[in-house]
Write a protein that binds this ligand. Structure first.
Ligand code: AN0
Ligand code: CP
Length: 315
């Protein structure tokens, strides 16, 4: 594996999950793999988990890390080819990415969807430009449309907690006041396609994900029906794909409550975090034994370490 932008870059997703679980058991087995090498983590958006877990993973491998909040601390970047740069953007991605590639053996980039131009977001413009011009492996720290380190984590967590070989996983939309990207949901769906689990996507009308991700996966507008026999309830909000970037409504009947969890097979509750309490999910669910959101977030380290290990082996 050279780049990690999506499950398509992973030859054997199941083997990567197993590798991460192996690393979890013995985190320092390859404490010198990254010696004298540096990873750069470039953030266009806020982060807690991605930033800290990837740094921690790098540290476990003896890999140095440079972190930059480029939206606040860098020059304004131009991404258009042929642009006449007489506006407020001081530097082109061609030079910026090429220069970062001189300082780092691996670069991680986080660039959320702007939710204005669907075509630009779905082309993963920012990550692809880094891939094109940096000359080093690129790791997605959440692109406009994917969050593969999160999805790898999610499958690691399901593997650890599943009560039967083929658990039922429900990915359900839940309400949120702000327009959020589809990245976490798209990406989870993309990874779920590689499993033999029983799974279903539940969302209100108007919130269908892009066909390129859903690819005919079972989908319903009936959340209660979807929750029957669920072993995992994965809640996440996303804005509309069809009416791109719009919050069509915030229907509170989609909030995950104890009554909703009662419909399941004593399911575990999952969310990528950050989560809005009593909007996405009720306190009583998050504060119960059903919630594994903190254990899930802890697994971010092992996902990142497995990916960094694969890439370091290829350098
Ligand atoms: C982001 C999103 O939904 O893509 C990041 C999640 C990891 N969430 C928020 O901005 C709240
Ligand atoms: N789940 C996740 O990616 O969290 P952060 O946005 O805090 O990195």
């Amino acid at each position: 594996m050279r780049h990690f932008l999506g499950v398509g870059d992973v030859e054997n997703p199941k083997a990567l999950i197993d590798k991460a679980l192996q690393i979890k058991k013995d985190p320092f087995a390859q404490a010198h793999l990254g010696k004298n090498k540096t990873s750069g983590l470039i953030f266009f958006n806020a982060s807690i988990r991605t930033r800290l877990s990837t740094q921690r993973a790098a540290q476990n491998l003896g890999l140095q890390t440079i972190v930059m909040n480029i939206d606040q601390e860098g020059w304004g970047l131009e991404f258009e080819d042929g642009a006449v740069m007489n506006g407020h953007k001081a530097e082109h991605i061609r030079e910026a990415a090429a220069v970062m590639g001189q300082y780092c053996e691996i670069i991680g980039v986080r660039a959320f969807a702007k939710l204005q131009d669907r075509q630009a977001d779905y082309a993963e413009t920012v990550l692809r430009k880094f891939q094109q011009f940096a000359g080093v492996p690129i790791i997605s720290l959440e692109s406009e449309i994917r969050h593969p380190l999160q999805s790898l984590t999610d499958l690691i967590t399901i593997e650890e907690w599943k009560p039967k070989p083929k658990p039922k996983v429900v990915l359900t939309w839940a309400p949120h006041p702000k327009a959020l990207p589809q990245a976490v949901a798209n990406s989870l769906v993309e990874w779920l396609h590689t499993t033999d689990y029983e799974w279903v996507i539940a969302h209100p009308e108007g919130y269908a994900l892009a066909d390129e991700f859903v690819k005919g996966a079972p989908t319903t507008h009936d959340q209660n029906a979807a929750l029957a026999n669920a072993d995992f309830v994965y809640a996440k909000n996303w804005s509309s794909y069809r009416q791109y970037g719009q919050v069509l409504h915030q229907d509170p009947s989609w909030t995950i409550t104890p009554a909703k969890m009662q419909l399941t097979n004593q399911a575990k509750f999952m969310h990528c975090l950050p989560v809005r309490r009593n909007v996405i999910v009720a306190d009583a669910v998050l504060d119960s034994d059903a919630s594994i959101v903190v254990q899930q977030a802890a697994n971010r380290v092992w996902a990142a370490q497995a990916v960094l290990t694969e890439i370091l082996h290829q350098l």
